[in-house]
Design a protein. Sequence first.
Lengths: 211, 255
Amino acid sequence: MTGLWSFMSEHQSEILSATLEHVELVCIAMTAAILIGVPLGMLIVRRAKLRALALGIAGIFQTIPSLALFGFLIPIPFIGGIGKRTAIVALTLYALLPILRNTYVGLTEIDPAVLESAEAMGMTQAQILFRVRFPLGLAVILAGVRTATIITIGVATIAAAIGAGGLGTFIFRGVALVNDSLLLAGAIPAALLAILADFLLGRLERRLRVT
Amino acid sequence: MTIVGQNLIEFRGVSWRANGGSEAAIIDDVSLEVPRGSTLVLLGRSGSGKTTLLKLINGMHWPSKGAVLVEGRATHEWDEIRLRRGIGYVIQEAGLFPHFTVAENVGLVPGLENWPKEKIAARVKEMLRLVGLEPEEFAERRPRELSGGQRQRVGVARALAADPPILLMDEPFGALDPVTRAELQREFLALAKRLGKTIVFVTHDLREALLLASHIILLEKGKVVASAGPEEFLRLRHPEVLAFAASLDVRGGAA
């Protein structure tokens, strides 16, 4: 343990910059996944065919082993290659399913009596979506964002394999050199990030829940 | 009056089948008239088609055959949003928006109709007082902070807020305890008379039907099997009328 602490204090600034790099990867990927997943989830509420297609495709991304997904993207022009951009695309695709699915569930699993009276009072479908479904489904949507964030923080460590940096850099080096201190210098901050994100988003989620 | 005459709502040979007409008729060749200012009670067992009939009035369903006329115009000629905003709607458990305060719930349709803010606020207060809720105490509460009876009162206030000529009520008091229920029925009856609204009221409770109706229509399997004023209704000899009358007659003393 003393080895770990001395290693960590010696490499403080490197660990900090890798952590920031990690947070940056996760934040960009999550923003993209939310910007795609939430509107798409709204779009599929009343469109069954599109719904099956969107959930199916997002499900496929989720089943591809993460290391393989990074690998598959490398040869693709524009979004591929070595580095951050490829990693962000992969992380975004990975985060999409929980966000998309929770958005759809949150917007549809609403007390039928509430939806019925909204319709009967002469609200348009857009008004029902934005003023009834969305505020009532927000906690469930956020639960999806929370799940996706935690997955992304973990998966982002693999991004180092394609040269995107982040805390994975320490982990891969630690594995290669059989050096526990190096490995833990990547793993511990990543775990702490996940716990922190879980805690903060969980609190936000409880505040937004409507009973 | 115009050719609309005295009937605010009229069904002309209306049938309705689910799934665009592929299934058995839920509503089967129904014709009826609701005169302005009257209260029509649709009585029937669960599954007799009462709620479906109600939803044919505000364009939540469209007739598979025949026509439903509201203010003299067939519902399919109406813009459905305009049609619905002119018809108040109250359902069991009220269907209040849980994320809105009582005031926001009541002010919803006036808001959709772009009334000015001060006018909405004044109207909300007026409506809450009308249904016996003190605005200072209740306006800022959420539905979950209300009792069942209070929620139902808010439901009625919300339906009345934009002053629609027609009110549709689907077992509005069905989930309440008997005491609260009787209380609301009495108040509602007085309110309906005072406001002169045209009301279509769905219930499976004969006692409630006899109390509130100017006219009762009994539905069985989507067909009208009896139609009479509350005084004559119990004198009808149709088996379904007798079945309902028997439900009153627990200890030999009908209402």
